[in-house]
Structure formats: structure tokens, C-alpha cells
Write a protein that binds this ligand. Structure first.
Ligand SMILES: [Zn+2]
Length: 373
């Protein structure tokens, strides 16, 4: 078989045939990147090499076929298993992981690799800081720093605060970083993350109005109440505790927040961020703090700035979203039962599961059955 044909096979559901008939020399001849050849060779070794548990290995092959997994998916499995301590890196571990993946039948590569991470917990290493300078290349130098996530969140927030969002961000953040390092710009403050207590509304409560100073709730006994009154019934708002409360409706999502401090600022931004703590686009990792408020029904098409029309999207996804559903280029974000949902140009639905602490998943893990509309 020609190299091109075998590579095509690697990308198809015939991945196991590719792995079985893998021939290192063929790819070396075709000048394929040796790192990739080595990965494929390890895959061949895992599924068809000498093994102390041949029956489990056979089952792995069957499972990989049954799941119709691509070579890239199988590689994701191997990369994750490689993170386990040696004693746990067994054929059984591979088999059990494949069993779960076949059962879960994820619909995209991103969903698949996320499940792989979830199904194989790896003990996180002690997160010490590390910084390296890379070898200069011509006139360019570089460095790579890693360390506790919180530190980088603080740095990112500071650098972004020094940039103009209308201009490309990379070069500006670089300038800002060196401004700070050279002693101007006032240092990087430690952020104080704001805890928000999310209060779920019971299923029967209707939202009568989202406008005005408070949200109007329709109760099942035929009466109405404002959000503040509702909270006061059970939560002692008058107590003056130093927290922020947000009311969350099972199908509308976050509807109103009550800040018990002096600073009342962008409430809608906060509520939209509660819905998705990162950009709502599947696979995107940009934090809601660094994202923009997106109108699901575009402002230019009569969409209102109400929380039931707002979702956080990073600047890139906000720009490419098909505001006109007829455009069918990148797909678009819609709100379904208060949850942000990406609709592909062909109508497939997907959600961003990168950050699992969105308020709807926490409070209402089972979406309500589809209503009449
Ligand atoms: Zn995004």
C-alpha cells in the first residue's frame, strides 16, 4: 500500500488496520517526522507487540475497532497512560480505559481527550515554579515559565489591563510585561477571587420580568415576589454577610445577583460568567474574566442586553460566531434551557465542558425535558 493510502487510513475508522500493518521503514523513506513515526511505533507495540496479557491485548484491539477510534484518539490514550506510575501502566489499564470510552461514545476529539483525562486520574506533581531561557535563534530569544495557575492568572489579568483590546494582544502583552519588569507600571497585584453563592430557584417559579432593579418571580401560589424578597425568606439577606448571592433558574440560568457590598458594577457580566466560567465555545479555554459579553440574538437584530440573551465568548469566538444563522461558517452559540450550546453549521450540538464548575451543571445537572417550544 502507498504511504498516502496508509496515512489516509490512519485518519479513518480503519485506524486499527493502520496500527496493525505499521511499517517504520515505509514512513522513514517518505521523510515523515521521526517523532511521529516513534509514536506510531509505540502504538503498534501496545496493540500488537509481545505482551504478558495477550487476551487483554486482543480485547483492546476489539474495543478500539468497536469504538471506531482514530489513530489520534488512540495516541491520546497512550499519552495519558504514559503519565501513570510504571506499575500502573498495564494492558489492563488500557483495556479498562477503552471499555469506558466505547461506552461513553464521545462525539468529538476534544470530548474524547477530555474523557481520557477524566477516566485516568493522574496525581498532580507538586506545582513548583520553573523558568527556562531557550537558545537564541538569530535575533530572537525566548523563555518558558510554568508554575501555580493562580500566579499566571494574576499576571495575565495585569498584562491585559495594560493593553488595548482593539489591537493584537500578543505584542502588547509582551511590551506590558517588560514595562513591569523594568520597574514601571506598579507590580502585579494578587487577585482576590470573588466567591458567589448560587441559589437555585425551585422548578415551578416563573420569571415574570428581567428588567428594572430587581427580578420579578411568579410563584406557584399565584403571587409574585422580587428576587430580594425571595432570598430574604430563607437566607437572611438582612444579616449583611459579606458574600454575593446569585439566583439561578433551572431553564433560564443565572437571573440576578445581589451584592452585599458597596461595589455594584457589571452584574450582567458576572451572571453571564457564572453560566460559563470560560468562553462558551466547545474546547476554548479563555477565562470568562478575559472574555466579552456576547448577545446570542445580535444587538443589530433586536437582541436585548438581558441576561437571558447573554453568554461569555472570547474575542476570537465572539468575532467568528455566525450571528446570522444562515451564514453556516463557524457555527453559533445559542441558549437552550439556560445553557450555552454551540450549534454547528450542520446543526450538531456541543457544549464547552472544559471548566466543569459552570453554575447550571452544578445546580441542575439534569437538564429539564424539552418543553413545548
Ligand atoms: Zn473562545
Amino acid at each position: 500500500m502507498s504511504t498516502a493510502a496508509t496515512v489516509a487510513q490512519a485518519m479513518s475508522t480503519d485506524a486499527m488496520e493502520f496500527v496493525a500493518s505499521f511499517d517504520r521503514a515505509l514512513f522513514a523513506d517518505a521523510c515523515v517526522n521521526p517523532a511521529r513515526i516513534n509514536e506510531w511505533a509505540r502504538l503498534n507495540e501496545a496493540y500488537f507487540g509481545a505482551c504478558a496479557a495477550p487476551r487483554q491485548q486482543e480485547r483492546c484491539v476489539r474495543l478500539a475497532r468497536e469504538g471506531g477510534f482514530s489513530v489520534d484518539q488512540l495516541l491520546a490514550v497512550e499519552r495519558r497512560l504514559a503519565k501513570l506510575p510504571k506499575a500502573q501502566r498495564t494492558m489492563r489499564a488500557r483495556m479498562e480505559l477503552l471499555e469506558k470510552l466505547v461506552a461513553a461514545a464521545p462525539r468529538s476529539y476534544d470530548a474524547f481527550s477530555q474523557l481520557v483525562t477524566e477516566f485516568v486520574p493522574v496525581e498532580e506533581k507538586e506545582c513548583a515554579g520553573d523558568l527556562r531561557f531557550s537558545r537564541p535563534n538569530g535575533r530572537f530569544g525566548g523563555m518558558h515559565a510554568s508554575g501555580p495557575r493562580r500566579d499566571f492568572a494574576d499576571l495575565e489579568a495585569k498584562l491585559r489591563s495594560m493593553t488595548n483590546p482593539e489591537l493584537p494582544e500578543g505584542p502588547q502583552m509582551y511590551e506590558a510585561l517588560f514595562t513591569l519588569l523594568r520597574g514601571e507600571g506598579g507590580g502585579v497585584p494578587t487577585a482576590a477571587p470573588r466567591p458567589v453563592v448560587a441559589v437555585p430557584l425551585p422548578d415551578g417559579v416563573r420569571i415574570e420580568s428581567l428588567e428594572g432593579d430587581d427580578v420579578e418571580l411568579g410563584l406557584s401560589d399565584g403571587t409574585t415576589m422580587t428576587g430580594a424578597e425571595y432570598l430574604a425568606t430563607g437566607l437572611g439577606l438582612a444579616g449583611g454577610a459579606d458574600v454575593e448571592l446569585a439566583l439561578v433558574h433551572p431553564t433560564v440560568g443565572p437571573v440576578k445577583s445581589y451584592r452585599l457590598s458597596r461595589f455594584a458594577n457589571d452584574e450582567q457580566r458576572l451572571l453571564a460568567s457564572l453560566r460559563n466560567l470560560v468562553c462558551a465555545w466547545p474546547g476554548c479555554k479563555r477565562a470568562a474574566d478575559f472574555s466579552q459579553v456576547h448577545h446570542v440574538r445580535a444587538w443589530s437584530r433586536g437582541g436585548e442586553t438581558n441576561i437571558d440573551n447573554l453568554v461569555m465568548l472570547c474575542p476570537f469566538h465572539n468575532a467568528v460566531n455566525d450571528d446570522d444563522a444562515q451564514r453556516r461558517k463557524w457555527g453559533r452559540i445559542e441558549l437552550v434551557d439556560g445553557r450555552a450550546m454551540w450549534i454547528s453549521p450542520y446543526g450538531r450540538r456541543d457544549v464547552n465542558t472544559f471548566h466543569p464548575y459552570g453554575v447550571m451543571e452544578r445546580l441542575f445537572p439534569d437538564p429539564p425535558p424539552a418543553g413545548p417550544d
